[in-house]
Design a protein around this ligand. Sequence first.
Ligand code: SF4
Ligand code: SF4
Length: 83
Amino acid sequence: MECMIAKPSKGAAGKTGLWRTFKPIYHPERCNLCQLCWLYCPENVIDVSEDGITIDYEYCKGCGICAKICVKNAIEMVREEET
Ligand code: SF4
Ligand code: SF4
């Protein structure tokens, strides 16, 4: 049976990079490519490839769900002014 996963359209909340308070920072050396962050990101701004994940910061709203869901602690939320 075919498995379908509904995903929101990218950037449904508009370009959020300007007002975001926290920014997810990726640590590729910890990542096991499980794709949970891709699955749970409500903005659909995470892409996963064999080289790791990429985050579209123009549309990421800094909600931190990806960092919470990552069991490898490969995503860290950092204040914008510290990046
Ligand atoms: S949830 Fe964490 S370990 Fe899994 S793909 Fe995302 S960053 Fe990598
Ligand atoms: S903080 Fe993570 S889960 Fe939230 S919008 Fe940005 S990439 Fe997606």
